[in-house]
Ligand binder design. Sequence first.
Ligand SMILES: NC(=O)c1ccc[n+]([C@@H]2O[C@H](COP(=O)([O-])OP(=O)(O)OC[C@H]3O[C@@H](n4cnc5c(N)ncnc54)[C@H](O)[C@@H]3O)[C@@H](O)[C@H]2O)c1
Ligand SMILES: O=CCCC(=O)O
Length: 483
Amino acid sequence: MESFITDKAYINGKWESVADSFEVLNPYNGEVVGRAADCDKALAEATVKHAHVAFQSWKNTCAKARSSILKKWFELILKNQKSLAELITKENGKPIKESIGEVAYAASFVEWLAEEAKRNYGTTIPTPHPNKRLMSIKQPIGVAGMITPWNFPAGMITRKACAAIAAGCTVVLKPAEDTPFSALAIAKLGEEAGLPAGVLNIIPSSREHAPEIGNVICTHPDVAAVSFTGSTATGKILLGLAASTVKKVSMELGGLAPFIVFDSADMNKVIPNAIACKFRYMGQTCVCANRIFVQESVHDEFVSKLVAAMKKELILGDTLDPANSFGPLINEKALEKVVESQVEDAIKNGATVVCGGKRGSLGGTFYEPTLITGVTPAMKCCNEETFGPIAAIIKFKTEDEVIALANDSRVGLAGYFFSNDVAQCWRVAEKLEVGMVGINEGLMSTAEAPFGGVKESGLGREGSQFALDEFTEMKYMCWGVLH
Ligand SMILES: NC(=O)c1ccc[n+]([C@@H]2O[C@H](COP(=O)([O-])OP(=O)(O)OC[C@H]3O[C@@H](n4cnc5c(N)ncnc54)[C@H](O)[C@@H]3O)[C@@H](O)[C@H]2O)c1
Ligand SMILES: O=CCCC(=O)O
């Protein structure tokens, strides 16, 4: 695949020129990656119409045909793994090794959903009436409108769009303004794999136009389902809009993940998992550890071992150099939120910076991997999603105390804990108020498992055997039979 930078939108199988465009910057060096199409309300409305027309035939294709296209798409994504990974790194500053991993992760959803397309079973229901037969079938819901974030510019596209397409729906997707090119590149490969015109439509926009596109996606009568990944604040706006036409809604929103280390935990396991869970993509994933609770008897050992591992493993530098594992934050706003708000608030309220705590020597939006101790639940870093490289350590005494602290939040996406006490593992796993729990494990995302949160972290699940449910309607059929 050629370097996929385009100022066009992908609408109804055509690469459309758009009147306006906006700049996309590389967070590593501030260079312009390219200019992207700035779609607006009128274009979003026209795209929904095309997707609605395309739905009339796509919904009648058989599952095997949809599955074959998805399988070809999966192969093409893997064939282009290197160039896609470079594009992700240029758009969002993800270290190249992680971007290569993200492409494999994105492809794994296409493969999994190609398989699930063929297994979207209905049911037969034992009848209570001798003269009636009961069953249910699943049907594609219609046009699915999608809005995605910048932190997984390939993975979030395939996880959502391929579930809808596998189910027989058509898609109108607005990628994040920081990362439009990865979405367009994925669409280009979908086109090569044989997706018919109008099945997948990508309409990038600047941040200024995002609300009007969101408005079309959430209120247009020809859109049947809305799928959003992003902040809880934006999710609430979209959820309100979607109520006007009673759309089926799935929301993958923010988290505040607790990461709990009990005194029986195997520290050799905990430390690499803490590094991966906290510092993956510089802490900019929705499932990154946000509040690290450590039982008092192992607190000092944990802190000294984690600091040593951070110094060894987290290597700041050019994001395209595979020797480096740590890049810049997405933009200045993210950096200010971390620096000015959370670290300053923690210091002001008595926390201690053990390492890091300042902008990186490479300038730009680099922020040093940071560990702070003496954190208390009232501090900002325990109440606002960090989305940055700060390990905030909170000491605790008992299991009951830490469960109460971990659950004292309006959000509940992921949670993690480490313990070698089997009874404790069952108790804690059941009590944590989260959608996903890692037990002696800090990385749990995979296409085979249901991804999603509880409370204000969202609605619905992505991936897994349940993925297609977000884009299907169950129809009950009752047949009267003559005797
Ligand atoms: N649960 C998950 O799976 C998951 C995954 C990734 C990110 N997130 C969350 O996303 C947040 C970070 O991403 P962000 O800063 O890009 O979030 P964001 O909500 O600001 O933006 C996400 C998307 O929404 C669009 N958007 C913003 N305002 C809009 C509006 N009024 N109408 C329509 N669209 C609008 C943006 O253009 C972007 O495409 C974090 O809170 C993180 O936890 C959650
Ligand atoms: O940031 C959200 C998605 C993270 C993941 O899929 O593991």
